[in-house]
Write a protein that binds this ligand. Sequence first.
Ligand SMILES: N[C@@H](CCC(=O)N[C@@H](CS)C(=O)NCC(=O)O)C(=O)O
Length: 236
Amino acid sequence: MGEESSLVLHGMWASPFGKRVEFALKIKGIPFEYVEEDLQNKNPSTLLKYNPVYKKAPVLVHNGNPISESLVILEYIEETWKNHGPALLPQDPYERAQLRFWADFINKQLFEASVKVVMAAGEALEKAIKDLREKLKVVEEHGVKRLLGDGSGPFANGQEVGFVDIVMWSVLGAYKIHEEILGVKIIDEEETPGVASWLNSLIHHPLTKDILPSKDKVVGLLQYVRHRPLNSSAAA
Ligand SMILES: N[C@@H](CCC(=O)N[C@@H](CS)C(=O)NCC(=O)O)C(=O)O
């Protein structure tokens, strides 16, 4: 296939945004080359050249053309390889709009709330979990019914993982490891059963196993990111 002649994903192993792109390409069965970027020492001939505006990973470079911002990249993948592998978005414009709405909510609201959880300790952690659960209740009440309510499969895209499923997995796919390390319950199965079952299906998807970093790496990363915020939240 002509479009596949050169496809390179520039990512960083711990980046949930890069993992989204990896997951989407694997679901659609599109071969790609992966280049690990050093975000502490950004490469002028790759990352800085391809994404001079935000200087962030991921960047997907297709036949020499760079595309930045993970959600933009997902849409690009879907449009470019429309008939290759499963569709990530439905045909109907209203359905598409609904999925984009929830992908945006999860990307902004749930992501921000879940970052606060992994960085907090003590009372701040309790508050962060409460806030995240409030947002998960919104997804349970308004989103899950809309996204998974037709009973066509375990995912918002039915039997196949799609756009909003990928975003949900990238934000909360490691929550069980986080629960173990933080020693707290993040997702309450009784309070948000639909969210819990959706995440469980995503976590057990065979493709996610190859994409998620090992538990040891997630643990190391968590300890690293908690170091500074822990000190600053203690001082606050
Ligand atoms: N909105 C961007 C976020 C990308 C992002 O924040 N990437 C991080 C890695 S997780 C990064 O490159 N950080 C480097 C920096 O901020 O200097 C997307 O969706 O792609």
